[in-house]
Ligand binder design. Structure first.
Ligand SMILES: [Zn+2]
Ligand SMILES: [Zn+2]
Length: 115
């Protein structure tokens, strides 16, 4: 399962789609070579909005382009269904580690929020 974490409030949830063109019941989004993909709608835009209306880009390690400083990104990680919140958070932090090594932890916190 793909989990995303809001950079603004830390809200963490599985990535779902409820319809891009036509509304449909919330469906889990999976990762394909096309990026995040909904079984009903196909490839999805790399954006994430949490239930508190925080809009941001998705950052999927290995799929997304290098994040740009000055923008906000939701970290995304692949996690086993039923994982505890603690292991989800640590998977998300781990996903950001290579980035932190490149641009520094301060820059990662500015783009992804405090973890
Ligand atoms: Zn939020
Ligand atoms: Zn969809």
């Amino acid at each position: 399962m793909l989990y995303a974490r809001c950079a603004f409030c830390g809200y963490t949830a599985p990535l779902t789609c409820s319809g891009k063109f036509m509304p449909h019941p919330a469906t889990l989004v999976s990762l394909t070579t096309m990026g995040p993909t909904c079984p009903a709608c196909g490839p999805l835009p790399m954006v994430f909005s949490c239930p508190y209306m925080h809009m941001q880009y998705l950052y999927i390690p290995g799929v997304s382009e290098m994040p740009q400083q000055g923008y906000s990104y939701a970290a995304v990680a692949q996690v086993q269904p039923g994982a505890s919140n603690q292991s989800i958070q640590s998977a998300l932090n781990k996903a950001l580690m290579p980035l932190a090594e490149k641009v520094g932890e301060g820059a990662v916190e500015a783009m992804f929020g405090q973890s």
